[in-house]
Design a protein around this ligand. Structure first.
Ligand SMILES: *Cc1c(COP(=O)(O)O)cnc(C)c1O
Length: 234
């Protein structure tokens, strides 16, 4: 059992590196995040022992329950975040991947200021405008980014995150990843204050499609079930 998670982590890491190399990229420029929702601290520690240094959780509650029970790593919040939970997470995570409103950004700003830090965030794009998913329309990105950079001193926008529609064939996700990459490249040309805006992170790709995402330019892939096995929602 314990070797399974460690083994699978190393296999995914090797596939991540191989995808980067065949796309002419440096493997070090693509981070493998292990997504641990529903999994126990013991299971997470097995991945950490195998080298995992970036851990992603969807829910604030799960971060709080697990953070003191696993070895020190970088925690990322990747799920929808309610404003009333921001205060609980502000000093726990290195990045919030799922910002999709000025209201949420302002709350993060307020809590980051109180904690004496600058919080790195990504703006979540809803690629296919699916009603069940959070995220903003690509067309609204520039106005949201401009508003955040002008009003939030303690927030730094590092790029975008996207989750394409669930696909049977990973190739079905490619056009969405390609589009996200174009949005990201375009974003880099925006003339905004560097201390609040330095787009260097494109968060996309999950178990079923992370290699395609890397080929299309992802800088951080979020992989759960391929490392930890199927999730058991309680
Ligand atoms: C659960 C989750 C993942 C990981 O999904 P897998 O298909 O298990 O790899 C990645 N990103 C987000 C936002 C998630 O909620």
């Amino acid at each position: 059992m314990s070797t399974d998670i460690a083994e699978r982590y190393k296999q995914i890491l090797a596939r991540k590196d191989a995808a980067a190399i065949r796309s002419g990229r440096n493997p070090e420029d693509v981070t493998l995040m292990a997504v641990t929702k529903t999994h126990t601290p013991d299971e997470i520690n097995q991945a950490i022992a195998a080298g995992a240094a970036d851990i992603g959780e969807n829910r604030v509650q799960e971060v709080l329950e697990k953070i003191d029970r696993v070895s020190p790593v970088r925690w990322h919040l990747i799920g929808h975040l309610q404003t009333n939970k921001v205060k609980n997470i502000i000093d726990k995570v290195v990045m919030i991947h799922s910002v999709d409103s000025i209201k949420l950004a302002k709350e993060i700003n307020k809590r980051a200021g109180a904690a004496g830090k600058v919080m790195d965030i990504l703006i979540e794009i809803n690629s296919a405008m699916e009603e069940t998913k959070s995220g903003i329309a690509a067309d609204d990105l520039k106005s949201l980014v401009t508003e955040i950079t002008s009003e939030c001193d303690n927030v730094r926008i590092r790029g975008i995150m996207c989750i394409p529609p669930i696909a049977v064939d990973p190739e079905d996700a490619r056009p969405y990843f390609h589009e996200a990459r174009e949005i990201f490249e375009n974003m880099k040309t925006w003339d905004l204050p560097e201390e609040r805006f330095c787009p260097d992170t494109l968060s996309m790709g999950m178990s079923g499609d992370f290699e395609v995402a890397i080929e299309e330019g992802s800088t951080i892939v979020r992989v759960g079930s391929s490392i930890f096995g199927p999730r058991n929602y309680r």
